[in-house]
Structures are given as structure tokens and as C-alpha cells.
Write a protein that binds this ligand. Sequence first.
Ligand code: FDA
Length: 616
Amino acid sequence: MTPPPAPSRTDVLVVGAGPTGLTLAAILARDGIDAITITRYPTTAHSPRAHITNQRTMEVFRDLGIEDDVIAVATPNAFMRNNVWATSFAGQEIARLETWGTGSARSGDYEIASPSAMCNIPQHILEPVIAEAARSFGADLRFSTELVSAVETPEGVEATVRNRDTGEESLILAQYIVGADGGRSTVAEEFDFSFTGESGLGAALNIWLDADLTQYCDYRPGTLYWMAQPGNDYWVGSGTWINVRPFTEWVLLCMYDPAEGEPDTSDEALVALAQSTIGDPDVEVSIKQVSKWQINHVVADEYRKGRAFLAGDAAHRHPPANGLGTNTSIQDAYNLGWKLSAELRGEAEMGLLETYSQERQPVGRRVVDRAMKSVVDMGPIAQALGFAPGQTAEEGWASLNGLFDDPARRRELIEAVELQNYQFNALGIELGQYYVSDGIVPAEADDDERGRSDSEPTTASAGARSSAAAPDPDLDHVPSTRPGSPLPHAWVDRDRQRLSTLDLVGSGGWTLITGHDDSGWAEAAETVAGELEVSLRTAQVSMGGECNDVLHRWAAISDLTDSGALLVRPDRIIAWNCPVRPADPTSALRAAMMTATGRSRPTASADPETLAAATR
Ligand code: FDA
């Protein structure tokens, strides 16, 4: 008898090589952490699925050095401009909304908020780019390898995996396991994670097809074309056309009622379905693939249980409205990756790992709820068109045909379309992730507000929608240097190079951003970096400074004084804001770093009490 293979040993077992698992694999490999990433399939995603890639996610790719690689194979932001509602491509256009920050009303808000632009990149094109980056950092990616079971042991985690080509089972022994294994997560099941919400709220078909619709799109380029004909009072109407490649390759998203039976997925039936919303029999349609999926509204109550973590769809499942699925997943990995690296390198204690759930679960909850609300908020469009359950097709068409003759109905349609800004121009939900956790040193004014919503920063607005009386948490991004906020973006010049403030931080290390005067911070950073054995660099940002705030944008969005400093984590989150130089910068910085890395005891002479004393 052949002896069983010897167990593999690693620090982190990442289960899943979708957008979440691949991003995590890339971060861990870049940080020099020993990890194995497994996926049950022989390749990365084989169909388009998710596609909207927002600015925060592009910033993650910027940090990993692959932003340009992603841009090179993506459809650019300019082609995402129009959201079109029509009876068919060739038929009556009902309404149009400029989306994803491309319209003149919002483009400035998007441009000022980030160095990166949103793009449209289908998942089967994106995943190989991240996988290539992970491999280039030295990641160990194992395809056709399935997690069968896993259990926590006193030493770590013991996982049984099966090679799907040979059927052979083997053990992987790891310090930590991350369930990046999608909506049917085996890790969630094995470690008994609990979830809140409902599954199976709707059934959908994704029909991936070729159809040259250039003549109907090049004067109104967009990502989503919503077809509205009577008799289809679903969220996606008679079918939503999602652009894969301008304007010849698409995913047609249709919903159906399983109570009426499963849909006919023969090529003939799918071509007929597609042609009914093209409205031009001369356009040839060729089906590439069809898949079914469900609408869920579910989030894990905790993202961590002992040595097991959930990330991506394993932790949150929601409709694709707002395009937040892949984005939230990749951002989970960005939050978790550096924390695992820090713990495994001995730069942090276990407490830091707890902050992953504290920080990302409220984001998941918010995203899941927003996406579901956006689905419900599409109802008023069908109502404005005069579609009602139970009406005949003739009644529906008659109602639609009378739409533009009635000023009250036109007004109703405008309001229904404007409501869609909460789905298609929701900069606040795309960028605004404000963390409250044990790893964030609260500002003095925060002490009474530890329980505040993650969506409600309180510093003054800069660059918010000009028409808004007050910033809307979902529509507007409010840059802030308050602890727990993502470092705001401002363009600065250094050594005749134009850089974003985001380029001064990240790459797996910590950064201390200082004001106009050094105030002893550089020396403090060097001392603390040596004592705690962490990578901690400094960057001085001010008008006329080393990083020259020539556009005085940093001055507008930062509350840093000349002698203050911001401690920025490897994931570009501000962990500590020291508005003015404390009496002893070294002690204050040491104490802040200890809180931010979850350390219970200092490695040098200071303790957390020092922070309060030193900043007084
Ligand atoms: P994802 O599901 O992508 O990857 C899971 C990984 O885990 C895979 O590599 C799989 O092989 C692996 N795995 C699972 N079980 C395993 C096991 N036991 N052992 C080993 N490996 C295992 N979102 C959106 O924003 N817009 C959209 O239009 C769509 N459309 C869409 C269509 C369809 C058909 C689906 C299924 C999903 C979408 N989504 C979407 C959701 C979007 O695809 C989703 O949010 C991301 O793929 C989540 O990425 P993850 O990496 O978390 O999971």
C-alpha cells in the first residue's frame, strides 16, 4: 500500500483563488509570508461575473504595483458613462443616467477623491492579472485542490484537502486558515460561523454572448443597458445587458421565477431571449455560456473564529447592485493581509487579528444592506413606466406609450432615475470605510463616539457634491484625517515627480506623515522602528515641504498642524492622529504603535499610559 503523502506545513492556508484569495495570496507573498492558496477549480474564473472595479480597489492594485496591468486589459472609465433604459437597443430610449462618476455633475468629486479611476473589468480577465502578480511575488497557488474538512488544533489548523485530478487526499497544517471560498464556503461550515440575513431571494441567469451592438452603443457608451418591456416586473426588467467588451461581447442578466419552472437554456431559447431586447433581427447572437445564480442578503456575524477567518463572498453575499461584490472582497483581503503578515513576523499580537472582524464586518453589513436597498429602489422605475403585475402586454405598452405626454409621469420618471444615483454614483459607499476598532487610537474628541456609524465621518467636507446641502454618507465621500479613516488623496510633488499621498504609504510598511516642521518625528520614528522591529518610514507633507503640497489640497483636507503627525498603517488607514507635537514624540509614537499592532506590552521602556502622558 502507498503511504499517505507527508503533510504540508505553512503559515497561512488560503482557501479559494477568486478575487479575494488571489489578492490575499499576493499580499502575503509580497510580505514574505509562507502561505498556500488552494482552489477546487483547474483555472481562475472561466466567465465574466463581477466587473465594476471601483477606485478603492484600484488603489489596492496600485499598492501591489499592478494598477497599470489592470488598466491595460480593462474597459476604461469613459466607456462606463451611460446607464440606458430602453424598450430594446433598437427601440425607444426611456431614460439615461451618467454613471460611475463620469457625468459632469460628479466627475470632479471622483477625480479629487482618488489617484485611481474606476474601470470595467470582468472577473475572468481580472483574476489572471492578480494571479500573475501573486506568482511574481512567489505565491504557492494550487489549482484543482479542494478543502474537504478543517479543524483547529492546539498547534494551529489541520486541513484535509483533495487533489481533484488524482482523488488523493492529504493534510495541510497551518497557523491560520482563511475562507476565501465564496458563497458556499466550506470554511464557514467547518468552523460553524453564523450568518444573519436571507438567501434565495431571487433566481437569475447570466447569459454570456457575442452580439455586435456597436451601432446602438457608440453614441451612448455604457456598462449597463436596462431593457424594459411589459410583463417583466423584475429588478432587471426584461434583461440587463452588461458590457464585457465594447460593444461586441456581453452578459445578459435575466431573472426568472423558479415557481414557474426552470427556464429553457437551449441556445435557441437564449438567442430568442436576447433578440427580443435587441430589437434588430439582423444582429447575430452567439451564446458562449449560461449560468444560474441567486440573490442573497447575508453577512457573517463575525469574520474571525480563533484561527479561522472569512473574507469576500464567504463573509458577505448580496446582489450585484452598486457593483460592490468583488470590490468589498478585495478590500477585505487588503485589511486582513498585512495583519496576518504582522502577526506571523512577530510585529503584532493576536489582538490585532481581532480588529479584522471589528473593522470589516460593519463594512460588510453596510454593503449588503445598501446593495439590497438599491434593488428595491429600482421598483419606482417600473412604476413610472406604468408597469403593474397582472396587466396584459397591450395594457403595459399603452401605458408606456403615454409616458412622455404626461408631465406628472415624466416628473415621476425623473425622480425614479435620480434615485439610481444611490446605486451608480454612490461615491460615499464606494470609498467611505471608516474603522472603529481596538487597533485605532481614538482622537480625544472620539472618546464619546466610539459607537458611531462607520458611515458618518464628522470632519468638514471637502470635495463633496456641490449641490448637496450636507454630505450624504452614501453619495458623498468626505476625506478625513481622523483616526480610522483611509488616508485622503492629494497630489504632491517630490523630486520633480507627481505623487499621490497614497503613494507615500503602503507597500506593506508603516508611514509617519509629518507636518511642516520635523519636530523630532524622524528621530522618534527611527527609534521606534528599531525597538519594535517594524518598517516605519516618514514623509513630510506641506506647502513647500519635502512632499510639496503645491495645489494646497492637503492643506484643505488634513487637520495636521506644522508639528503634528499621522501614523498610517500598511493598508493606508490612519491609526493615530497626533495633531501637535507631544512633549515626548518617541514615547507617544511607541505607545500608538503598540495600540495599532495589538501589543499588550512594550518591547522597550514605554507602556500605553505613556501615550496619554506624552501627548498632554
Ligand atoms: P469567488 O466565488 O469568486 O471565489 C471562490 C473561490 O473559492 C474559487 O476559487 C473556488 O474555486 C474556491 N473554492 C470554493 N470552495 C472551495 C473548496 N471547498 N476548496 C477549495 N477551493 C474552493 N458581483 C458583482 O459585483 N457584480 C456582478 O455582476 C456579479 N455577477 C455574478 C454572477 C455570478 C454567476 C456569480 C456566481 C457571482 C457574481 N457576482 C457578481 C459576485 C462576485 O463574483 C463575487 O462577489 C466575487 O467573485 C467574490 O470573490 P471571492 O473571491 O470572495 O469568491
